[in-house]
Design a protein around this ligand. Structure first.
Ligand SMILES: NC(=O)c1ccc[n+]([C@@H]2O[C@H](COP(=O)([O-])OP(=O)(O)OC[C@H]3O[C@@H](n4cnc5c(N)ncnc54)[C@H](O)[C@@H]3O)[C@@H](O)[C@H]2O)c1
Length: 450
């Protein structure tokens, strides 16, 4: 076919751009071409008065990062935290045209505002569900940090609130909006490595430290509110900002922290929502009076289609040296099939041989949800009212896989799981099911947001 000259020039420059992007990213050219062609579709124009009002709830490290990324899509009109120094910092950070966002200490008050259309939930894990439920009931769309929940049972409540109120929820498992992970999952799903046999996820080890000494509560912090549903404890800086992730009271250790990301990718590639068997080995025990989460571990899941999903924590002095050194990274995912393997993490994608990545997928191959911008995808979906790439069910399912591993580690048991009933069955059903939900300390139970 003869193309006009201008088309030939732009086609040539498009191909040059694809070549440069492929070389810089290590992604195969055929994959980059499709990516860039789709990205070249005209961007949706957002009128100045079409900018949603955004509120940040939980103004710590990740919440502030998320809000910064959402800023291009709307205006931050309110910020909330139980630590007043974090509220003050966020007010300073997110002011626009001399107009600072209004600060709050109770998210329920903030949710009463009509000019808040979207919330960013950057709270610690033990607050995700109540904040998300309250936001859904107030008809706000949501960007929620991962893991979506603290317990498996919470997920059912969050799904109900989101679906009943028809709001859009994007889970902060942003690896699904990265080309590398999508390429790996598309290749696995389309049989490029033959029959998938094993997935190995390497997660950073947690912290094994303590005992810690109680300290006075800083005047700017509402420690009771911060602890929320968790059992009331004396204040320790190690329980609070950032470090909460190493306590089962508020989180699940690296099993749910980094696990939320890599287990989500494992789930995307395997395509089945949950395993039916989980067993584990704790490789260390927590120090009494210190962090409560098991820091070093191995977890093995068995899926109904026979796929084995192994999870290993990898301390700096990694005990699995050979395998990990070969892959050059401590942290990532390896897919092992009958005809080859693929290794992927945030920096690289590798495979048994170049051909495995370099050969284009055929016409009619299964292609996965395409998003190259996790925040942009949320705001597109806010306009279209479609499900975002990591919708509420996906967030719940990936968190569930992490929670199952943490429950097996905590109980030391091999447990059977029924993905339909979302309950443990078999010999140790009672011990497992005792961890599916937790008692929520009053007043911070579901009635707090009813
Ligand atoms: N997606 C990612 O790559 C990624 C990276 C880091 C953290 N995270 C997630 O982000 C969340 C926050 O982690 P972080 O490292 O930013 O922690 P952080 O301690 O820095 O921030 C949490 C903030 O929430 C506030 N907070 C606690 N309870 C609150 C409540 N009831 N109402 C309002 N504010 C409240 C805290 O005071 C703190 O300012 C965690 O769930 C974590 O898993 C995700």
């Amino acid at each position: 076919m003869n193309h006009p000259k201008s088309f030939q020039i732009s086609r040539r420059s498009f191909l040059r751009r694809c070549g440069a992007t492929a070389a810089a990213s290590g992604l195969p050219l055929w994959f980059v071409e499709r990516e860039l062609a789709l990205a070249a579709e005209p961007a949706k124009v957002v009128a100045p008065n079409d900018r949603p009002g955004i509120a940040l709830i939980g103004c710590g490290g990740m919440g502030s990062y998320d809000a910064g990324n959402c800023r291009g899509h709307g205006d931050i009109v309110a910020v909330c935290d139980v630590d007043q120094s974090h509220v003050a910092r966020a007010i300073e950070l997110f002011g626009k045209d001399g107009m600072p966002p209004k600060g709050y200490s109770d998210f329920r008050k903030l949710l009463e505002r009509d000019d808040v259309h979207v919330i960013v939930n950057g709270c610690p894990d033990h607050w995700h569900s109540l904040v998300n439920i309250a936001a859904a009931k107030a008809n706000k769309d949501i960007y929620s940090e991962k893991p979506l929940t603290l317990t498996i049972d919470e997920g059912k409540h969050v799904i109900k609130a989101v679906r009943d109120n028809k709001v859009v929820l994007q889970t902060g498992t942003q690896q699904r909006s990265s080309e590398r992970f999508r390429l790996a999952c598309e290749l696995v799903r389309n049989g490029r490595i033959g029959k998938l046999k094993e997935v190995v996820v390497y997660l950073p080890a947690g912290r094994r430290e303590g005992p810690f000494t109680s300290q006075p509560v800083p005047p700017e912090l509402d420690w009771g509110f911060w602890q929320g549903q968790a059992p009331r404890k004396d204040y320790l800086p190690q329980r609070c900002h950032q470090l909460f992730r190493y306590w089962y009271e508020y989180s699940g250790g690296t099993m749910t922290d980094w696990g939320a990301h890599h287990m989500d990718i494992g789930y995307w590639a395997i395509g089945l929502p949950a395993p039916t068997l989980v067993e584990s080995k704790a490789l260390s025990t927590p120090i009494p009076g210190g962090y409560t989460c098991i820091s070093d571990y191995e977890v093995k899941y068995t899926y109904p289609n026979g796929v084995i999903f192994n999870v290993r924590s990898t301390p700096d002095e990694d005990p699995f040296g050979g395998v990990i050194k070969k892959e050059g990274q401590r942290n990532g995912i390896r897919f092992e099939g009958s005809d080859g393997w693929i290794w992927v993490n945030r920096d690289e994608i590798k495979a048994t041989d170049r051909e495995l990545l370099g050969k284009p997928l055929p016409e009619g191959a299964e292609r996965l949800y395409l998003s190259n911008n996790h925040y942009g995808n949320l705001f597109d979906c806010i306009r279209s009212r479609k499900d975002p790439i990591c919708d509420v069910e996906i967030g719940h399912r990936s968190a569930t896989v992490c929670h199952l591993g943490a429950i097996s580690l905590r109980t030391g048991l091999k447990l059977q799981w029924d993905p339909e009933k979302e309950a443990f069955t078999g010999e140790h059903a009672a011990e497992g099911n005792a961890h599916v939900a937790r008692e929520m300390r009053k007043p911070y139970d579901y009635s707090f947001v009813s």
